[in-house]
Design a protein around this ligand. Structure first.
Ligand SMILES: [Cu+2]
Length: 154
């Protein structure tokens, strides 16, 4: 004897709708996952006409220790890596601190970063090495923690 299960028309429609919804959701998720992880290059590594563009900001760490204020200005990211022989464009935006006059030791580069403005420095490094980006205002160890970053040329 066959078992007969009666399903009314409204329930059939509901099941059909749910089945379609599940299939569409699955197809959408599959499509999302099949997309490349990064369709556009990350801004920090963007290059225009072969130029190595690197974005930095000036930041600040502050804390208190035993009632004393500790603070340190920073270049962020603290280390920037570029290839030698390829033009470099550093775009340094001032966020914390009014002004940061700086030098890049060993590369004969200097400039100044002002709060709310972006300073652009262009050069082509010829020699591999690690070069210190030093803020001349926040550089005295007796007054605080030196504001230094590193440009690594490979
Ligand atoms: Cu500074």
């Amino acid at each position: 004897m066959n078992k007969v299960v009666f399903i009314d028309r409204k329930k059939m429609q509901l099941y059909a709708f749910l089945a379609v919804a599940v299939i569409l959701a699955g197809a959408y998720i599959g499509w999302q996952q099949s997309k490349p992880a990064s369709s556009a290059p990350a801004p920090a590594a963007a290059s225009s006409e072969g130029t190595q563009v690197r974005q930095l900001v000036t930041g600040e760490f502050t804390t208190t220790l035993d009632g004393k204020q500790l603070e340190s200005y920073r270049w962020d990211p603290g280390t920037v890596i570029v290839k030698k022989g390829v033009p470099v464009e550093l775009r340094i935006t001032g966020v914390n601190g009014q002004s940061h006059p700086f030098v890049i030791e060993g590369l004969d580069i200097s400039g100044e970063v002002h709060k709310g403005k972006t300073t652009v420095v262009r050069f082509t490094p010829k020699t591999a090495g690690t070069y210190a980006i030093i803020c001349e205002t926040h550089n005295d160890p007796s007054e605080g923690i030196p504001m230094v970053g590193y440009l690594v040329v490979q």
